[in-house]
Design a protein around this ligand. Structure first.
Ligand code: SF4
Length: 680
């Protein structure tokens, strides 16, 4: 049997074909007729069979017996989980339980998880890993433009004449999409702004090395030049925006010379890029976690929205504001309402929303008060959060301040982890529930460009592992809420999603079997929408300019370097899947510390030498690799459990979007003395 499916790694959502026999995966190959990937996969997608068939897959529910795990039956596992959640809820209240939803699970599974949180537990304490990568995007784009998503499409970006890329390295993080958007290079120019000359920057036409955490200033500088030289799109501003005068006044107060000094980019270069962006008809902006994983990221996102409104580069082909999302279903997980401040379809916490969902779900009560975000839930252990249900997330590698996170998790009264492997987080769980992976389930994923794609079950899960939606349903039933979760198939769940999420209302499995569809897909847009905001901004007619602000970071003499984190092409996030592939492990076996050669020389450090990276919280060791990185800045990948990079990083959160500052942390670099090395 051969079925069509989607690569479970990144937000591109490349098409794959899974060949299986007797429930076992034989081959996973690229889907030649896929509208985006057109027969291509990157190296991670090429080794998916090894992930599915890995001997390390979880096959049975496990009970933690202190020093080891004991296999238990599903009946025992479900009874225990239901009993513990019911006990905690009764003793401490519904808000003492939190749920981490998975950006690797399908829309149907995530929809069910948030319904479980709200109906069976009675809390809005549900969140997903978007919080760690694109929370300011979700918040900022929704506030200003009306939707939390890419405005345009990958295919459409291939038509852009100019693409400005901020804080992203799509040549490694989204390789297949990068190839697509950078094609037909003779007609286009790509400019990269980053702290490091990345693989994307190497392939670009121009590269601007920027000092860490100053992108917002560069963007304000661009707005200033555009206004000074009267390059703004006055007609667009008049017809489609509000708050321009206020914005203009605030921009005037910024000084271009000072911006140049703080960003490290020459004034003339800022002018050149600003003119180019304003004057090019099809000019797009692409960005990634380099600018979103900071404690003042929302300022940067609002500076980006200001810029597209100022130039009218939105709602038209080849333009727009395009966040490249991380995991393959991070967009869908948010669309489904796995967020503490909205119900499915981004319905805000109002009486009207509660009334709507009470009617659809046929329940008497639903929580209206805002829940806690991912990191806030952990911070609330053990006073306010006593039970956690973690589905397909590995916070023990991906969260900041890992040493404290580990202590917090150990303080929980009850931890359930549902995953396909025994991750570092699962090792701490009281109960581990084995789940099916992408090849063993039917459902939908929504990629970075809002494309909803149907995947079909190709194989049987190993041992007694079950699809996530079936596990959620079993727990809900045991807790006495079975009638609200009485779904017989993912398709039935999708039918309920259509009623709750307006932007999905025009889709059905029947339509998705024929072709994938980009939301909004509704009565007005039955074939989906490639480009957002052609006529209006979501439900609003006009988008609002936000007066720019810049929060200056303090300097810490004891920790003179800024540490940023990055990803390898060969590995994905916490490595829970990619680091189980021998070939990928061999190519990228360890975390190397990237450092500017001049900085290294000043400290007497040679390439290949092992050094200590010390932050106010912890220290790690890594060998040094020279790279074209901004002076004063060093970089480490975070995939490796052996290094645990994120234990260096503090928990400082953006005050509104609550994203932790994973790409900005003070450190110092110390040589390890030869004697110390010998003792190791
Ligand atoms: Fe998978 Fe992303 Fe690579 Fe495509 S680009 S094969 S979706 S990891």
């Amino acid at each position: 049997m051969i079925v069509k499916s989607i690569c479970p790694y990144c937000g591109v959502g490349c098409g794959i074909e899974i060949e299986s026999k007797n429930g076992k995966v034989l081959k996973i190959l690229p889907q030649k007729d896929h509208p985006l990937s057109k027969g291509k996969l990157c190296i991670k997608g090429s080794f998916l069979k090894e992930v599915v068939n890995s001997k390390e897959r979880l096959k049975f529910p496990l009970l933690n017996k202190g020093r080891s795990f004991k296999k238990i039956s599903w009946k025992e596992a479900i009874n225990l989980v239901a009993e513990q959640f019911s006990r905690i809820k009764k003793t401490y209240g519904s808000n003492s339980i939190g749920i981490f939803a998975s950006t690797k699970c399908t829309n149907e599974e995530n929809y069910l998880l948030q319904k479980f949180a709200r109906v069976a537990i009675g809390t809005n304490n549900i969140d997903n890993p978007t919080r760690l990568c694109h929370a300011p995007t979700s918040y900022g784009l929704y506030q200003v433009l009306g939707n939390s998503a890419m405005t345009n499409s990958y295919e459409d970006l291939s038509e852009s004449e100019l693409i400005l890329i901020f804080g992203d390295n799509p040549a490694l993080t989204q390789p297949v999409a990068f190839e697509l958007i950078s094609k037909e290079r003779e007609n286009k120019e790509i400019v990269v702004v980053d702290v490091k000359k990345t693989e994307t920057a190497e392939k670009a036409d121009d590269f601007l090395m920027i000092k860490p955490n100053t992108d917002v200033l560069f963007l304000v500088g661009m707005a200033k030049v555009i206004l000074e030289e009267n390059l703004e799109d006055q007609e667009f501003i008049k017809k489609r925006t509000e708050g321009f005068e206020n914005f203009k006044e605030k921009v005037k107060s910024f000084d271009l010379k000072e911006i140049s000094e703080l960003t490290g980019i020459k004034e003339e270069k800022i002018r050149e890029i600003s003119r180019k962006y304003a004057k090019t008809k099809k000019a797009a902006i692409v960005y990634g976690m380099g600018i979103t994983q900071q404690s003042n990221s929302l300022e940067t996102i609002l500076a980006l929205t200001n810029l597209v409104l100022l130039t009218g580069h939105v709602g038209k082909p080849g333009t727009g504001l395009n966040p490249l999302r991380g995991c393959n279903n991070v967009q869908g997980c948010c669309d489904m309402g796995c967020l503490p401040n909205v119900y499915p379809g981004y319905s805000s916490l109002t009486e009207e929303t509660i009334k709507k969902f009470k009617k659809i779900w046929k329940v008497n009560s639903l929580p209206i008060s805002k829940g806690l975000s991912l990191v806030e839930m952990v911070e609330a252990i053990p006073e306010r959060i006593l039970g956690l249900y973690v589905v397909g997330v590995n916070p023990l590698i991906s969260f900041p301040d890992l040493n404290r996170i580990e202590r917090d998790f150990k303080n929980l009264e009850f931890l359930v982890v549902q995953d396909i492997f025994l991750t570092e987080t699962a090792e701490l769980a009281d109960v581990v529930l084995p789940s099916a992976c992408f090849a063993e389930k039917t459902g939908t994923f929504t990629n970075s460009e809002r494309r909803v794609q149907l995947i079909q079950k190709a194989a049987k899960p190993p041992g007694k592992a079950l699809e996530d939606w079936k596990i959620v349903k079993l727990i809900a039933k045991k807790m006495g809420f079975g009638k609200y979760f009485n779904f017989k198939s993912p398709e039935q769940i999708f039918e309920e999603i259509r009623k709750c999420v307006g932007i999905y209302s025009g889709m059905s499995y029947g339509k998705l079997k024929k072709k994938s569809l980009q939301w909004p897909c509704d009565k007005e847009n039955p074939n989906g929408t490639k480009i957002l905001y052609g006529k209006s901004f979501g439900k609003k007619e006009k988008a609002v300019f936000y007066p720019p602000t810049f929060t200056r970071k303090e300097f810490n003499e004891d920790f003179p370097f800024v540490l940023t984190t990055f990803r390898f092409l060969e590995h994905y996030n916490t490595g829970s899947m990619s680091r189980r592939v021998e070939f990928l492990k061999k190519i990228k076996p360890e975390a190397l510390l990237e450092m500017n050669e001049e900085d290294a020389k000043e400290l007497g450090i040679k390439e290949g030498e092992k050094v200590k990276v010390i932050s106010p919280l912890a220290e790690v060791e890594a060998k040094v690799k020279f790279s074209h990185i901004c002076k004063g800045c060093v970089a480490l990948p975070f995939h490796f459990k052996e290094t645990k990079t994120n234990k260096l990083i503090w928990r400082r959160l953006d005050p509104v979007s609550k994203i932790p500052s994973l790409k900005y942390c003070y450190v110092r670099i110390e040589k390890i003395s030869k004697a110390q090395e010998k003792n190791q």
